[in-house]
Design a protein around this ligand. Structure first.
Ligand code: CS2
Ligand code: MG
Length: 405
């Protein structure tokens, strides 16, 4: 018996920020939902799905998840990249959602059942200066988080990645006709970051897991200098220390520091991070489920990582939807080498559109046991929040040359 796909649609909605959601409906009336959100390039993915993949999805057997993945990955000829893989990822998530609903089981049961009872999470703490950052860390600890990422301002710079002045939550994409431009000063950052992170460690004591995201800003030599200055802070990880297109650049850095390294959120296939994994240049692989081809592909990345004692820690900020977060939790619950899930929480408006079954308790998340991925999308509510153009910032060195944001 085949379960045919009879309708495919793409919703672009903006409850506090833009999300792209794929809806697939089968001939027996099952609806599956997939996240296709790519911050700052949402319409590209929406068009890739609507104009190129949806026509080829109609009539396909919804139960053939792996074949569908291969069909759209190999069949496009033009492979990889965030737009392509987010579109394939959305289809993958929607088909796993359908299969779980058809069999009346949560997706993690289809992936081998629970390999743990709950999933450790980390969240963001931000502050323009140290006192503000320490307050933010304290508020996150009071919420129950056992792991916190700490980001602060940098003296001399009026905008810095990961920190907003005074706003309640950090949303990197600014609404408007073009990207906001931010200055960057590596020397000032290298002087300041060790002081900030040491002050946080001093304030919180030894138990809280402390993370920091360098956000691709350093070259390997600067990264080694920063790592050496942070050895005593006992970081859970140092993230994206250097742009990792040239993965072999991490070889020397790996020898120069014992700080765990996390990379991968901008990667979209196993081939993007193959050397990082097979040469064990990192400790955590961060590919986001939606951006790396969905559950079907990220589970393969994690299987390769397991061979090298590398753990999964998927990207999961507030700029991918609760559908992606739920998929990440189902995968994480069923994957033995899964370490931690990024979880920033969402603006209250988001839950008007996405009703999720995952639950946060005592610093851990669980996807819940609803059939499928456990997320319902209210399409009437989604229609109330039309898309608003938004761009991620760009960064420039003080001499005006471009810098990795
Ligand atoms: C960051 C993200 O959460 C993280 O680790 O790298 O906030 C990233 O800057 C955004 O997802 C970009 O949209
Ligand atoms: Mg990051």
């Amino acid at each position: 018996m085949t379960r045919k796909i009879v309708d495919v649609d793409v919703l672009v909605t903006s409850p506090s920020r833009n999300f792209v959601t794929l809806r697939i409906t089968t001939d027996d009336g099952i609806v599956g939902w997939g996240d296709a959100t790519l911050n700052g390039r949402e319409l590209a993915v929406a068009s890739y799905l609507r104009d190129h993949l949806a026509p080829a999805l109609l009539g396909r057997d919804a139960d053939r998840i792996e074949d569908t993945w291969q069909y759209f990955y190999r069949g496009a000829y033009w492979r990889r990249g965030p737009v392509t893989m987010a579109a394939i990822g959305a289809i993958d998530l929607a088909l796993w959602d359908i299969k779980g609903k058809a069999l009346d089981v949560p997706v993690y049961q289809l992936l081998g059942g629970a390999a743990r009872d709950r999933i450790l999470t980390y969240t963001h703490a931000t502050g323009w200066d140290v006192p503000e950052l320490l307050d933010s860390v304290d508020r996150r600890r009071e919420q129950g988080f056992r792991a916190v990422r700490a980001q602060s301002g940098v003296p001399g710079l009026d905008k810095v990645y990961g920190v907003t002045k005074g706003a309640a939550s950090y949303e990197p994409a600014g609404r408007g006709a073009g990207p906001v431009e931010e200055d960057w000063d590596t020397s000032a950052y290298l002087r300041h970051a060790p002081k900030v992170l040491s002050a946080v460690r001093e304030h919180v004591g030894p138990d809280l897991k402390l993370l920091h995201d360098v956000h691709h800003r350093l070259n390997p030599t600067e990264a080694a200098r920063l790592a050496r200055s942070l050895e005593d802070v006992d970081l859970f990880w140092l993230e994206d220390v250097t742009p990792a297109e040239n993965q072999r650049l991490l070889r020397t850095l790996r020898q120069q520091t014992t700080i765990p390294l996390a990379i991968g959120e901008v990667f979209n296939t196993v081939w993007d991070c193959e050397h990082l994994i097979t040469e064990r240049l990192i400790d955590f692989i961060r590919t986001a489920v939606v951006h790396a081809g969905g559950i079907s592909h990220v589970r393969k990345i994690l299987a390769l990582a397991e061979v090298y004692q590398i753990k999964g820690a998927p990207h999961g900020p507030s700029d991918v939807s609760p559908i992606n977060l739920s998929a990440s939790l189902h995968l994480g619950l069923a994957t033995s080498n899964f370490a931690i899930q990024e979880y920033m929480g969402y603006d209250p408006l988001v839950s008007e559109v996405f009703q999720s079954s995952f639950r946060f308790e005592d610093g851990y998340l669980h996807p819940g046991d609803e059939p499928g991925l456990g997320v319902h999308v209210d399409e009437d509510a989604a229609a109330r929040f039309p898309y608003k153009q938004a761009y991620l910032p760009i960064a420039r060195e003080l001499d005006g040359s471009m810098k990795d944001w």
